[in-house]
Design a protein around this ligand. Structure first.
Ligand SMILES: CC(=O)[C@@H](O)[C@H](O)COP(=O)(O)O
Ligand SMILES: NCC(=O)COP(=O)(O)O
Length: 270
């Protein structure tokens, strides 16, 4: 990223036409909250700040094991958000019921394995076509746009179209991992796969999104793929927010502590 580039003012986008939407994933605010079992930090407050910063929508992944986002987070997000909610979820009956109760703007169906650290690959759309098709139909009947989180693979894209998805979200995790490893050949290969998959998806009439693991260093080659109209980014942004906000938070705590001590010494003097 160009280090000296002027950052947009609050609420402004760098793309005047807003041709490329940004969905901010707030799961990891909930991860931090859940570490203490309390209410702080609140993912909804983070969602409002993300919107203030220019997010076009909010993404939240209600995992089956509820490791971060909770059911009540989804209720609050749905009731209070001023921008579209993209609910990421496993393709299960339990999650289908929840989605039909809340009717988010979109549902992104993702593969889940209880023991995984994060979503490690895309949906096996071909293998699960029989169970996916009716579930997708029920979501669409309720007016929910349906996205499938997939590897950038042509056969999978074709299967996504065949089962009735509106959108595919290309899993950029492998591309980002190779970038972290400084594997230039691997990065080039993955980018090519994303370009071909995005083109195939758009030709099949699918809307194209992308996300997972994106950072300041990896976002631009993906953002330059013309068929991609939305990126969903979470973990890196929440991590960066610590560095952007920690100094301010410490300063505020310092002021409160110093004020308390000043009051103490005034009392002592009086
Ligand atoms: C599907 C996806 O990429 C995000 O929901 C991401 O997975 C969120 O983080 P966790 O994988 O840690 O739940
Ligand atoms: N679907 C991808 C997503 O929502 C964000 O993934 P990450 O940036 O948290 O890795």
């Amino acid at each position: 990223m160009a280090a000296n580039r002027k950052l947009p003012e609050t609420g402004q986008s760098t793309t005047p036409a807003r041709a490329l939407r940004l969905g901010v994933n707030i799961d990891h605010v909930a991860t931090l909250r859940n570490a203490r079992g309390g209410l702080h930090p609140d993912p909804l407050r983070a969602a409002h700040l993300a919107i203030e910063g220019g997010a076009d929508g909010i993404t939240a992944h209600l995992r089956e094991d509820r490791r971060h986002i909770s059911d009540s987070d989804i209720t609050r997000l749905k009731n209070e958000l001023t921008r579209p909610l993209n609910l990421e979820m496993a393709a299960t009956d339990e999650m289908l019921d929840i989605a039909l109760r809340h009717v988010p703007n979109a549902c992104c169906l993702v593969p889940e394995r209880r023991e995984e650290r994060t979503t490690e690959g895309g949906l096996d759309v071909r293998g699960a076509a029989k169970s996916l098709a009716p579930l997708i139909a029920k979501l669409k009947d309720a007016g929910i746009r349906v996205s499938l989180f997939v590897e950038p693979d042509i056969k999978t894209i074709e299967a996504a179209s065949a089962v009735g998805a509106d959108i595919v979200e290309l899993h950029t995790g492998k591309y980002c991992h190779l970038a972290l490893e400084h594997d230039a050949a691997g990065v080039a290969r993955e980018l090519e796969r994303h370009k071909k998959a995005a083109n195939a998806a758009a030709s099949a009439g699918l809307e194209v999104h992308a996300g997972h693991g994106l950072t300041y260093n990896t976002v631009q080659p993906i953002a330059r793929i013309p068929e991609v109209v939305e990126l969903n980014i979470g973990h890196f942004l929440i991590g960066e927010a610590i560095f952007g906000g920690l100094s301010m938070a410490v300063r505020r705590m310092r002021v409160l502590m110093d004020e308390a001590r000043e009051a103490l010494s005034m009392r002592g003097a009086g």
